[in-house]
Design a protein around this ligand. Structure first.
Ligand code: NDP
Ligand code: A1CAB
Length: 312
């Protein structure tokens, strides 16, 4: 058995992470080998005869504030079967959840972090534990001020495709501790099991938040617009969406898997005097590149404000 992973504030991203991690685990293990809660000692990462992988999560705890959110989580995780049905969902019990956990992922809104971490007993509950914050704009320096000096604070910026294990997560450099190798392994096992994962210095986090964190929303605007164009020209909506999505996926995979440069792909599609160059010029007339790049710029600027107190 591995460790207990707790998500404080299990909304869209908490669900994406837990669902992705559980799907990854279930694809590598016998689905009947579900660890039993009763046989686990909270706060320990001790491997047992079942598995020599202390860096893999075996138990999951998720917190929310509303009973209706808990019901939704129950249904969502239940659909995963196996380990999904054993996720413990706690309503308004962040402290109990943190006490039971070995590793805590903070997934609440940026503005809620201080109140959650300052709750009576929370500092003690997190002592010596790995705290991974996915909050936009909340810095390591802020987080470390709110927890015990023994808590190992790391930032991660995942995105919604983690839910289908096609995510992109950027992780900040790990704090120095005697467990740094285990912590690195735990983080890599979580985020590599749900997509790509890379380490980057914290100074890049607002840009990563905008580019890959918010990116699925920007990509979907482009995807929808392509499909709309197809519909305008008479394609049925469902087929237009399929063509647009698979085309974007194919182009992205040529960059990621085949190492092609986007300009090279564009040039290879563009037959002289053909229809692609006609479409490209229309896009350039609409300043599509600077519009998209500026969107990343303003989203980065906004991300940097999210951890700050609201202006009156
Ligand atoms: N959405 C995204 O694509 C990404 C988001 N992020 C970051 O992830 C974080 C969460 O975003 P997202 O998942 O979209 O937000 P959601 O609003 O979907 O989720 C927030 C969750 O927190 C719960 N919650 C609220 N207050 C508390 C509390 N006091 N204690 C415990 N749980 C609480 C809510 O439950 P209830 O409703 O029951 O109160 C809800 O389930 C943000 O900080 C964001 O910056 C990072 C990367 C991508
Ligand atoms: O919109 C937001 O603030 C969050 C952070 C990145 C994606 N969603």
């Amino acid at each position: 058995m591995g460790y207990t992973l707790c998500v404080l504030g299990c909304g869209t991203m908490g669900v994406a992470i837990i669902s992705g991690v559980i799907s990854g685990l279930q694809s590598r293990q016998n689905p009947h080998a579900i660890p039993k809660w009763e046989s686990h000692t909270p706060g320990t990462c001790t491997p047992t005869a079942d598995s020599l992988e202390p860096s893999l999560a075996s138990f999951f705890v998720a917190t929310v504030t509303r009973p209706e959110s808990a019901q939704k989580l129950q249904n969502t995780f239940g659909l995963l079967g196996g380990l999904g049905s054993s996720v413990k969902i706690l309503v308004g019990e962040n402290l109990a959840a943190a006490q039971q956990a070995d590793v805590v992922i903070l997934c609440c809104k940026p503005q809620q972090a201080h109140a959650i971490l300052s709750q009576d007993g929370m500092q003690q509950a997190l002592e010596g534990k790995l705290l991974i914050s996915i909050l936009a704009g909340v810095t390591i320096s802020q987080l470390t001020r709110w927890v015990s000096p023994t808590t190992k604070v790391v930032r991660a910026m995942p995105n919604t495709p983690c839910r289908i294990r096609e995510g992109m997560t950027v992780v900040s450099n790990l704090p120095v501790s005697e467990d740094v190798e285990l912590d690195r392994s735990i983080i890599l096992k979580i985020f590599s099991s749900i997509g790509r994962c890379r380490f980057l210095e914290e100074k890049h986090f607002d840009a990563c938040t905008a580019l890959s964190g918010s990116g699925p929303a920007f990509a979907c605007i482009f995807l929808e617009a392509m499909a709309d164009g197809g519909v305008m020209m008479g394609l049925p909506r469902a087929e237009a969406l399929e063509l647009a999505a698979q085309t974007l996926q194919g182009a992205a995979r040529m960059v990621l898997q085949a190492g092609a440069h986007p300009a090279q792909i564009k040039d290879s599609v563009t037959t002289p005097g053909g229809c692609t160059i006609a479409g490209l010029l229309a896009m350039e007339d609409g300043r599509v590149r600077s519009t998209i790049a500026r969107a990343i710029q303003v989203a980065t600027e906004r991300a940097s404000e999210l951890g700050q107190p609201e202006k009156k």
